[in-house]
Design a protein around this ligand. Structure first.
Ligand code: I6G
Length: 236
């Protein structure tokens, strides 16, 4: 009753992102990775760099704005500068907290992450669609993207979308941890689902090791991924 309640809309309003939602650069080979590590070491003037490694879930990027601890707005990435206000739809995603789990919430905290459909929810949705003679979803990513763009939040709720947090947008009154891994831990503490398959590694060998490990478990993951994400762990 707290999550699905808004009336269907005619269209989505535009939202200008206070902090742009950037995309990631790609690496396609061991050599690309070695070059990434070299550029980081040279840029930081450090003999070795710690990297935070994560899975790149194959869903849709969104940003969630919390004011004084309450979810006030949720938007799609759009072109990175301006997205669409899909707050009513995002409120139906049970994994997204409507209120931060803290006694002293920050004035503003924007949390970024990916909305996706778990493989089991995708299969269940399509099984039901077949029973009813309705249209099946093509893949989990389309299921998530189409689900978020429904004008009636009751239809979004039927897709049983999931969410994983992976970063920050604008914030005021929040003590930002020193590392990306620390940010993810802090977001988990505030009640956000953060994927468990993440690790901090050292140097190019560490990056390659995480990639190989992920490849070995990819087929057994509960969701589709389209790669892994590496970030310099130190935010400074
Ligand atoms: O840290 C991240 C994890 C997963 C990401 C990310 C992601 O996509 C599923 N995507 C972006 C655009 C960024 N970080 C910045």
């Amino acid at each position: 009753t707290q999550r699905v309640g808004a009336a269907p809309q005619d269209a989505f309003a535009e939202v200008a992102h206070r902090v742009p939602m950037l995309s990631l650069a790609n690496a396609f080979s061991d050599e690309d990775l070695a070059n990434f590590d070299r550029r980081c070491r040279e840029g930081l003037d450090a003999p070795s760099v710690d990297y935070s490694c994560e899975l790149k879930f194959d869903g849709l990027a969104v940003t969630l704005a919390y004011e004084e601890g309450l979810l006030v707005r949720g938007a799609t990435r759009g072109d990175g500068e301006t997205g669409e206000d899909v707050t009513a739809n995002l409120r139906t995603v049970r994994a997204i907290p409507l209120r931060l789990r803290t006694e002293s919430p920050p004035k503003l905290l924007e949390v970024r992450g990916e909305v996706l459909m778990l493989r089991r929810d995708f299969e269940a949705y399509n099984a039901r669609a077949r029973e009813l003679g309705e249209k099946e979803l093509v893949n989990p990513r389309n299921g998530a993207a189409g689900g978020l763009r429904q004008l009636d939040p009751r239809l979004t709720a039927k897709r049983r979308l999931s969410f994983f947090a992976y970063g920050l947008g604008a914030h005021e009154g929040w003590r930002v941890p020193a590392t990306h891994a620390g940010v993810l831990d802090a977001l988990a503490g505030l009640g956000f689902p953060v994927a468990r398959d993440r690790r901090v590694v050292q140097g190019a060998q560490g990056l390659l090791g995480f990639y190989a490990e992920t490849g070995a478990k990819r087929a057994g993951l509960p969701y589709d991924i389209d790669g892994v994400v590496y970030k310099v762990d130190a935010l400074a």
